[in-house]
Design a protein around this ligand. Structure first.
Ligand SMILES: *Cc1c(COP(=O)(O)O)cnc(C)c1O
Length: 396
């Protein structure tokens, strides 16, 4: 059996997206900035995609800037909001401890440039608390950036309530919605979102393309200078084939959203139930307030990397709770942020299932994770210390 369960890392392009992409490459190769018909046809195609993407999140076409993906959109949103704040003498930013590195590393850069950053805790359930957000807001706060759904543990943040609070206080609100777009309903107007980042390859589009929504009236700063593409906010000849494919993929994802979420949530809950039968294990993040495709578990006494490799040999592609930073395996900052200690965070597994997952595949995953965890524990020195009472179990 071959099961791809790493859709939070990237997804396979949909057939509709591949068709849109190849059609563009073959039949619409003009430069959208050229004035002759071949160029103008490309321009039309670009604007059709912009309209389609804007409609889906209840934005206006001119509020959409196409980018090279989620990281670029995050960088541009944060740096722009910081510039706006600076002009008004406001240099405080609020975010959360478990954001994607595209956010956290940009915040680090801003800190080096005189900004002050408050990272809200996300607690054991992986959700920020509104009262703590409100308490952190100051006269000089220029931006709140909180992700819509976490990429590792899938927890969904109360974005509408955050947006409302920010609007009341006159603070810009950006959300990294890379894991949410195409998977959750989004209405930037109703949710009071000022800026939002998205990436096509997380909803069956191509890699290397995404978009930034920026409410009209908010001045974006450029990351890339050059031509006047994207209303002068992002220079460079447009990745038309990628953009057309993104619009096709997004439309398809949104059309199937309710059905996909219902199916995935049923399989997710079945997986959670099956895996929680493993002794000394725990689900990471809230059980219900999470993406329908996300299952994230910690198993005491094992190494997540070994688990991954053995699961790969059994045809299961998944992800662990560690990241390779400068050659060393560091436990994920997300798992640490919800209070998992280093050892426990190391023994973690993320399964991000897709629309096509079957119950038979879920059974196969449960059986194999159980076997591999037991096998790894059978020769783990940490596990031996735990069962002999030399060390205390953390997970019951
Ligand atoms: C994948 C991801 C990103 C980065 O998007 P890219 O298009 O790969 O640059 C940013 N934020 C979150 C939450 C993600 O899951």
């Amino acid at each position: 059996m071959n099961i791809y369960a790493d859709n939070a890392a990237t997804t396979k392009m949909s057939e509709a997206a591949v068709r849109a992409m190849t059609d563009c490459m073959q039949n619409c190769f003009g430069n959208p900035s050229s004035l002759y018909r071949i160029g103008q046809r490309a321009k039309e195609r670009l604007e059709e995609a912009r309209l389609a993407v804007a409609d889906i999140i209840h934005a206006e076409p001119r509020e959409i800037v196409f980018t090279s993906g989620g990281s670029e959109a995050d960088n541009q949103a944060l740096l722009s909001a910081a510039m706006i704040g600076k002009r008004k003498g406001k240099n405080h930013i609020i975010s959360s401890a478990f954001e994607h590195h595209a956010i956290l590393h940009t915040l680090k850069k801003l800190e080096k440039n005189g900004f002050e950053v408050t990272l809200l805790p996300v607690h054991e359930n992986g959700i920020i608390r509104l009262a703590e957000l409100e308490a952190a807001m100051r006269e000089d706060t220029c931006l709140v950036t909180i992700m819509m759904a976490n990429n590792e543990i899938g927890t969904i943040q109360p974005v509408g309530a955050i947006g409302e609070l920010c609007r009341q206080k006159g603070i810009l609100f950006h959300t990294d919605a890379v894991q949410a777009v195409g998977h959750l309903p989004i209405d930037v107007k109703a949710q009071n979102i000022d800026m939002l980042s998205a990436s096509a390859h997380k909803f069956h589009g191509a890699k290397g393309v995404g978009f930034l929504y920026c409410r009209k009236g908010i001045a974006l700063s450029n990351l890339i200078e050059g031509g006047a593409q994207e209303r002068g906010k992002r220079a460079g000849t447009e990745n038309l084939a990628g953009i057309a494919a993104m619009a096709a993929a997004l439309k398809e994802s949104v059309d199937g959203m309710d059905r996909n979420n219902a199916h995935q949530a049923a399989v997710r809950d079945y997986l959670i139930q099956g895996l929680s039968e493993i002794p000394h294990s725990a689900l990471n993040g809230d059980a219900k307030q999470r993406l329908s495709g996300n299952v994230n578990f910690s198993f005491e006494g094992i190494e997540g990397e070994s688990l991954l490799i053995l699961l790969d040999q059994r045809g299961i592609s998944a992800s662990s709770g560690s990241a390779c930073t400068s050659g060393a395996l560091d436990p994920s900052h997300v798992l640490l942020s919800i209070g998992r200690i280093h050892d426990v965070a190391h023994g973690s597994l993320r399964l991000s299932i897709g629309e096509d997952i079957t119950m038979e595949e879920a059974d196969y995953i449960i059986r194999n994770v159980k076997e591999v965890v037991a096998y790894l524990r059978s020769f783990s020195p940490v596990w031996r210390d735990l069962v002999t009472g030399k060390k205390e179990f953390i997970l019951q």
